[in-house]
Ligand binder design. Structure first.
Ligand code: TXA
Ligand code: MG
Length: 329
């Protein structure tokens, strides 16, 4: 059930987290499915609710950087120097991978020796973490392999019966997941492109490795595996679309106002002016909406791969790679 974020409901949500329940809550990126990060049992329920493969680790959310030593070992001087630099983006849409503290159960990190940590900026996420008095382990609040939710209604539509509470914080202002930056490699390494751009990271770090761009064959994180985040309706890039072989009405997603009429039945413009940050806030909701219309396919234009456009194209590539197949989970 969906709850307004008033003081009574937030206190109840915090109590639910403390006592090993599951609460979906807003962050500025996407909605998270939260559990007490110190409870193996509560975290096991998250994997079950999402149908998430046990080898995919979960991000631990804290209210402030001062709490990191509760969940990660930051004694290595190189790592603590990098962490001080990364914390310039906090609170905000950045998750950093650090050596794990033994207090964190094995299932949170999927058996890895590292843990991903994020300090979200959203005031409701902040309040919930503080009131829960524990770190909150939270993946995106969608069934595994589906598009991440950016409203409380998205969460309710798919997971409403499975979670204890959904806190409504309105639509997410960023709309795309956090950037995952590993600090346990030889250089700071981007494991997932997201709302903090590689340009922003390269402004503050001497070197940032981008295995996504370098097409490293061995995935460093399960989130780098190719299939992820897909609607059920086949999604195709414009370059791969042939209207002659389309069997029925189709949808079309543009990143800016089109200069000529588009012959599709359902056309959605993510940003009239072509602003990629505005487009990011709308992309997932638009994919969900078009996915509910029974269309034969959804066609999407590529966007420029700069700034947040890199994360948008990353999500679209994953969503287009297997659209016609039935999803797991
Ligand atoms: O914006 C976000 O990051 C949202 C909100 C709720 O914080 N969360 C989110 O979680 O997107 P999830 O579980 O959908 O994605 C977490 C990503 C996955 O790609 C996972 O493989 C990676 O982070 N990850 C988590 N822990 C890791 C670790 N220890 N080492 C490497 N990758 C890790
Ligand atoms: Mg996810």
């Amino acid at each position: 059930m969906i709850y307004e974020p008033n003081a009574i409901n937030l206190a109840r949500a915090a109590e639910t987290i403390r006592t090993r329940g599951i609460v979906a809550f807003p962050t500025e990126t996407v909605y998270g499915l939260g559990a007490n990060a110190f409870s193996e049992k509560a975290v096991a329920r998250i994997f079950q609710i999402k149908g998430r493969p046990a080898n995919n680790p979960i991000i631990v959310h804290l209210a402030e950087a001062a709490d990191i030593s509760q969940v990660a070992d930051i004694t290595d001087p190189k790592i603590s120097t990098w962490l001080a630099i990364a914390s310039k983006f906090w609170p905000g849409p950045l998750s950093v991978v650090l050596p794990k503290h033994p207090s964190i159960p094995e299932n949170v990190t999927a058996g890895r020796s590292s843990v991903a940590v994020r300090i979200p900026a959203h005031p409701i996420a902040q309040a919930l973490i503080r009131m829960s008095e524990c770190p909150i382990a939270a993946p995106s609040a969608n069934p595994s392999n589906y598009v991440s939710p950016t409203t409380a209604l998205h969460v309710e539509a798919q997971l409403g019966d499975l979670v204890d509470m959904i806190i409504d914080g309105g639509p997410c202002t960023v709309g795309i997941e956090s950037t995952v930056l590993s600090l346990v490699h030889d250089e700071p390494t981007v494991l997932r492109h997201g709302a903090v751009t590689i340009e922003q990271l390269r402004d503050v770090f001497e070197n940032v490795t981008d295995p996504v761009a370098e097409k490293t064959t061995e995935p460093l994180s399960p989130g780098m595996l190719p299939e992820h985040y897909a609607p059920k309706t086949p999604l195709v890039f414009l370059s791969a679309f042939d209207p002659k072989v389309t069997s029925g009405p189709y949808g079309f997603i543009c990143f800016r106002e089109p200069s000529h009429p588009i012959p599709a039945q359902e056309v959605r413009v993510l940003s009239a002016s072509g602003d990629l940050e505005e487009a990011a806030t709308r992309l997932f909701a638009t994919l969900r909406e078009l996915d509910s219309l029974g269309l034969s396919c959804i066609v999407v234009e590529p966007c420029p791969e700069e700034g947040i456009g890199r994360a948008l194209m990353d999500r679209l590539r994953r969503a287009t790679c297997g659209g016609a197949r039935l999803r797991r989970g």
